[in-house]
Design a protein around this ligand. Structure first.
Ligand code: ADP
Ligand code: AMP
Length: 210
């Protein structure tokens, strides 16, 4: 099964994708996670992507499309989380899948109001070592500010600062939201009420997929 998780930043795509991927044995591909790792490692891609990410803008399509071509396997099933984010990326994905003989089963739209998104992003904490994601209020670690899995001190993402969040929401509306219509027209879009708590959203996701 190949799924696309679409929706504004902070809607909870990564949180649900990590769990679902484990449960269904799918490969979780988060372009944001891959880019952050590249920035941390100082690779050529990371060096090019950093300035866009810091400003809350999208990394240029050609870099992202080349990246996705490298990481999507020929078989086995994937959850694409945070990709595609532009029409050009969506068309490139269609072409790539067609070449590989793959298809998208469903595009899940994570629907949540702006105030919930801002609260989620401002309280998000991530593990710089293993990538686990927490929230100070909605999904706190067992021990204050430390990762449950590896004990590393949690950090706040640079781009979760308020002024960058505003920019990212604007970019979502302008560049990514048009994909809703694109996938609706293909009959692939399913809306998910992402405003509920993490466990309820997961249950709804399961019922959509069953
Ligand atoms: P995205 O991948 O869409 O950017 P994340 O999965 O990183 O979003 O979630 C953003 C923040 O909101 C994280 O801190 C996460 O712990 C928290 N979160 C995720 N889903 C929910 C939910 N249903 N209710 C409350 N907080 C949530
Ligand atoms: P995310 O972790 O999905 O919130 O992504 C963090 C940042 O990485 C975004 O604000 C963009 O700068 C960049 N990014 C992630 N995925 C993409 C994509 N598909 N296209 C362009 N930029 C992306």
């Amino acid at each position: 099964m190949n799924l696309v998780f679409l929706g504004p930043p902070g809607a909870g795509k990564g949180t649900q994708a990590k769990r679902l991927a484990q449960e269904l044995k799918l490969k979780h591909i988060s372009t944001g996670d891959i880019l952050r790792e590249a920035v941390k490692e100082g690779t050529p891609l990371g060096k090019k992507a950093k300035e866009y990410m810091d400003r809350g803008e999208l990394v240029p399509d050609e870099l992202i499309i080349a990246l996705i071509e490298e990481v999507v396997p020929d078989s086995g099933g994937v959850i694409l989380d945070g990709f595609p984010r532009t029409l050009e990326q969506a068309k490139a994905l269609d072409a790539m899948f067609e070449k590989k003989g793959l298809s998208i089963d469903k595009v899940i739209l994570f629907d949540a109001p702006d105030d919930a998104i801002v609260e989620r992003l401002s309280g998000r904490r991530s593990c710089p070592s293993c990538g686990a994601v927490y929230h100070v209020k909605f999904n706190p670690p067992k021990e204050n500010e430390l990762c449950d899995t590896c004990g590393t001190k949690l950090v706040q993402r640079e781009d979760d600062r308020e002024e960058v969040v505003r920019k990212r929401l604007e970019v979502y509306r302008k560049q990514t939201a048009p994909l809703i219509e694109y996938y609706e027209a293909k009959g692939l879009l399913v809306r998910l009420d992402a405003s509920k708590d993490i466990a309820s959203v997961y249950r709804e996701l399961e019922s959509i997929l069953n």
